[in-house]
Design a protein around this ligand. Sequence first.
Ligand code: PMT
Length: 438
Amino acid sequence: MQALQDKKILLGISGGIASYKSAILARRLIDAGAEVRVVMTTGAQAFITPLTFQALTGNPVHTELLDTAAEAAMGHIELARWADIIVIAPASANLIARLSHGFADDLLTTLVLASDAPLLLAPAMNRLMWSNAATQENTRTLIARGVTLLGPDEGAQACGETGAGRMLEPEDIRDLVVQFANNEMLSQVAIPVEADNHVPGTPSDTPANQQPTGVKTALRNSLAGLHIVITAGPTVEPIDPVRFITNRSSGKMGFALADAAHRKQAKVTLIAGPVTLETPTGVTRIDVDTAKAMHTAALKAVEGADVFISVAAVADYRVENVAEEKIKKNDDNMTLTLVRNPDILASISALPDRPFCVGFAAETQHVEKYARGKLKKKNLDIIAANQVGQSDNPVFGSDTNSLDVYWPADGHRRIASATKKQVAAELLDIIAERLANR
Ligand code: PMT
């Protein structure tokens, strides 16, 4: 049986450039077994024609409230009763405002008022329009009335700006509709809205001008829209101006995770020790050298983040007194005093408002015992253990890896040997699954 078998979906389309994606959404919903009827606002028709949707759905497209021919075929009240679910994608700022005030000034808003079918909205607009206090207030009003929000996503926008307000991809909307139709809870999570939300004409200290909290829907078993912070590579701990202590980490595993997380539509911040790898597309990279610098950068980056993945091979110790001048080799022996570095992962997992924490364990023996020990001691949600230093695959520096992934209480999954890119994608699927079950 198909995921949306026999479901009657009314797909509403309001004006916005994202409406070109609605054609693909209509196709995806039909592929999942749904019967789809499309209602378009006047604004939507400026971007894409009703004919496109008529051809895709095999049903006439509804555009007018007071059209005698359309009313004779299937009147608006009949259409409102017909729908099992109403999905509006894209939902423009104007449509959200009209819905929140109960307008019935065109066919789409009238249908929403006249239907008791659940309403799912996929907002799409410029980031400043989305973060505007008016839009945020209207959105909160709709959510309080039981409307479900799908997205919005963050990233590059058609207007050339970057931020929150992009419509989710058609496949993500389809997946959320499937989950909704299967009575799965869609988690509506609060996100801070970063842009200016000043309401013209109001003093800056009124509640309307306080930083609002937006809402987005986290896709179950998906990382779309989540902020993931990843550390990767080695750290280097200086001895003097020309010497340092480091390890064999190449950064490949962490960079593969950053790339795969971006492909899964997460917002990714990658904190990298000194490596020679190119920054994956769409990933924000912060370069650091020492463990202390990585610690400072990671603590800042995880503020408000959803997931922290600690792949870096962080030096456990640093030289207590770094020489200002090059140390001369006067004696046969030299003694360096090392002091403990901060444990970055443990300090992040101890934060009161901590992200979902994923650690790595590089072990040469007793992999499960040691990995589970770190899982518990560092209070982690997941630990991914790799057996390092083997002659056929040292893991450090190589292009392949395999992982044993552990979580409390006795959770375990094996990711078989594959390229680090493939292993990364599989690990992220497990993270998304565990995150949804948290
Ligand atoms: O970079 P590659 O060449 O691709 O190699 C990949 C890798 C082997 C480095 C990677 O897969 C890996 O195993 N990374 C973790 C290495 C490690 O330092 O493991 P650990 O068992 O010492 O540390 C446990 C966890 O605590 C790790 O998540 C580590 O990032 C974190 N940690 C450790 C010490 C410290 N001071 N701060 C930390 O955050």
